[in-house]
Design a protein around this ligand. Structure first.
Ligand SMILES: Cc1cc2nc3c(=O)[nH]c(=O)nc-3n(C[C@H](O)[C@H](O)[C@H](O)COP(=O)(O)OP(=O)(O)OC[C@H]3O[C@@H](n4cnc5c(N)ncnc54)[C@H](O)[C@@H]3O)c2cc1C
Length: 402
């Protein structure tokens, strides 16, 4: 694995720091300077994604044979976190994209890898289109169903949210195949984002305004049999064993980055903001230092968990084991990081006073940080699942609603 991994110990802090340093020029010179305009203008972060693609970061988990860096889930998690530190919108687009490419790495055939993974080096972007208007946050249920067209398929689906909707070059789209009689018997298709019949509605939301996660409709979209991932009905296995855990590790790492971005902005502000009447700074108030310390402790704990979890993912990848064996841990991590980002953004706004409430970095972080909480599994659904596992109740994911 990996162009960075030579004889180094990938479990060392030095190795992790090396990944951070390698991606840092793009973060500092491209993504951070673009963040404010992306939010203000609701601009899709194409320029950021192209800069990442050029250096191979959009193929971070992809084997070298298919143009990737092959840095595994640890590399994916660290890069997602670094992006999240400066721009949540780009972070979410990135995490969904890498998750989508990894579905092709794990379950695609060589023909699909050649056609979909090689263009990623040139800047092609992928994403997941899973959630449906009809079944809402219960993303393991699809009412949409493809029709047969000879050997190929015609797809009609109303998706409620899709990151990079209208901008993605390919969608890992979840729907049922023609013979499916059960909403949980679904499949994944790779759908060319430039096909006729795809209509994305504008993304109008509180935050992460650049990630364009609005509703998207697939109307009589023709998809070749060559773009069915695996075989008909493989969707449940892909979702449980690969697709979901991977994208969750990515978005959770973005939220860990957002928490750090909020803490950094808050520390900068309180140390530099002087009350000339008393000749002291905001950092001279014990209550402010106390609040910042609370955030710092949460972040430090999460960073240790992140590395442990990502390395576990990599071990499972190397041994060909399904990620579902890790149980609910990645869901727990997503809940904790998204709520820590929300907490950090609230503390940052608090310590920055009226300045924090005014238009600028603090209110942007505050708006952005809310997005992780409803993302699937929503933190409510996630907690329900974790609790059921704890007390030995069945999850009933696949048979509810029948
Ligand atoms: C920024 C953003 C990006 C997204 N990107 C994508 C993407 O790329 N691809 C994609 O497919 N989807 C995406 N989504 C959709 C997301 O994953 C969820 O499907 C969606 O947020 C659920 O919203 P809803 O309004 O349908 O929630 P609902 O399902 O209507 O839920 C409403 C409330 O009820 C709670 N609730 C519902 N059911 C239960 C239950 N069984 N137990 C406990 N509580 C419950 C929920 O937690 C929530 O608080 C994105 C969403 C956001 C906000």
């Amino acid at each position: 694995m990996g162009v960075l991994k030579t004889d180094q110990n990938i479990y060392s802090r030095t190795y992790v720091e090396e990944i951070r340093e390698r991606v840092s020029p793009i973060i500092q010179n491209v993504i951070e300077p673009n963040a404010e305009a992306i939010d203000r203008e609701g601009k899709f972060p194409r320029e950021n994604l192209l800069a990442l693609a050029k250096e191979g970061w959009n193929s971070v988990t992809v084997p070298e044979k298919w143009g990737g860096l092959d840095l595994g889930y640890l590399g994916f998690s660290i890069v997602s976190e670094e992006i999240g530190k400066v721009d949540a919108s780009t972070g979410l687009v990135y995490a969904m994209h890498v998750g989508a490419t990894q579905v092709i790495v794990l379950y695609g055939n060589d023909d699909q890898k050649e056609r979909w993974l090689l263009p990623v080096r040139e800047g092609a972007i992928g994403t997941f289109s899973t959630s449906e208007k009809a079944t809402r946050g219960h993303v393991w249920f699809n009412l949409s169903q493809a029709k047969r067209d000879g050997k190929d398929y015609i797809i009609n689906a109303e998706k409620s949210f899709t990151t990079s909707g209208g901008y993605a070059d390919f969608y890992i789209l979840q729907t049922r195949t023609p013979d499916s009689e059960d909403p949980s018997d679904f499949s994944y298709f790779i759908v060319d984002g430039h096909n006729e019949g795809i209509t994305a509605k504008p993304w109008k939301a509180l935050g992460v305004r650049g990630n364009h996660s609005g509703p998207i409709t697939f109307s009589n979209v023709k998809v070749s049999h060559r773009d069915l991932v695996g075989r008909e009905g493989l969707g449940k296995e892909i979702m449980e064993e690969g697709g979901n855990p991977i994208y969750l590790l990515g978005i959770a790492s973005v939220w860990l980055g957002v928490a750090q971005g909020a803490l950094k902005a808050a520390v900068d502000h309180v140390t530099k903001t002087v009350n000339k009447g008393f000749d002291n700074s905001l950092a001279d108030h014990q209550v402010i230092r106390q609040k910042l310390a609370e955030v710092k402790i949460q972040i430090t704990a999460l960073k240790a968990w992140q590395l442990d979890l990502a390395r576990h993912f990599d071990e499972f990848l190397a041994e060909g084991k399904p990620l579902s064996l890790l149980g609910s841990e990645v869901v727990e991590f997503k809940i904790h990081t998204s709520e820590t980002a929300d907490f950090a953004a609230r503390v940052a706004m608090d310590v920055a006073g009226g300045y924090g409430y005014s238009e600028g970095i603090f209110e942007r972080l505050y708006r952005d940080a809310r997005a992780g909480i409803p993302m699937a599994p929503s933190n409510n659904i996630g907690r329900d699942q974790i609790g059921k596992i704890l007390v030995g109740l069945p999850l009933n994911l696949w048979n509810e609603g029948k």
